[in-house]
Design a protein. Sequence first.
Length: 285
Amino acid sequence: MESAFDNLDWRKIRLNVPNSAGATAAHVEVYEYGAHITSWAVTGDERLFLSPSTEFRPGAAIRGGVPVIFPQFSLEGPLPRHGFARTQLWELSDVREDAESVCVDLHLMDSPATHPIWDQPFFARFQVEGRGRQLEMRFSVFNRGTIPLTFTCALHTYLRLHDVQQAQVEGLRGTHYRLSGGSRAETFVDEAEVIRIDREIDRIYLNAPDVVTVREPYRVLEVRKQGFADCVVWNPWAEKCALMKDMPPDGYLHMVCIEAGQIETPVELAPQESWTGVQTLVAVQ
Ligand code: TA6
């Protein structure tokens, strides 16, 4: 394990991920800030998009990688957009490295920093496990308060693509979706054989299948989920990308977000209850 602090005192953990033969299959990097995965390179090939113009600034979300969205998805509630977990300093609980896998375990608890935004006691945990060509992200929330806890969440995964226009997203055909930011009442059914990204897309697929495949000419990546009901597909395309200070103008050509989420039906936890959702990336090719 390499552990480094950048000039903001944000610790970054960098781990070599072994395969079953004990060789290095991948590298993964996780910041304590936001419990944010910023890199996952499989045999040297980066599979996560990190904007070269991202701001590493307290209070700003890192643009790219895997922002943890909690306790609110987008502006669908009274809290700041996408909640606050992505802009909090999480605490490192443990790093485990063994012959077949490595794991970074982080946690975030309510604190004087979160109380003014959301006055709820909670304990959130994010475990990132690399094993061969797989990266598993396990997000759990425990209600450590005395009243019910309600939240929505997502793992806002920016996948890096060589060329978005050569890529296709498979596995969502026949699934109902609604537009992010649009009316909840208005839903559509995806009739397309595959999704080709040649314009802005911002959809929340409801009760989505647990495996979505992103296929490029020479690469295939599976996004699997367990526990999360929904799946978001997002690309801002040229016009919206140009308005984002922390994205280069052509950034949209090299990314698509596929996000396991629990959005449509919020999680409701009685006191002392917990919930877990898992998203796994598999570099098939
Ligand atoms: O998950 C998709 C989305 O909610 C889009 O609507 C979108 O603009 C995006 O996330 C990025 O949000 P951010 O707050 O990181 O700029």
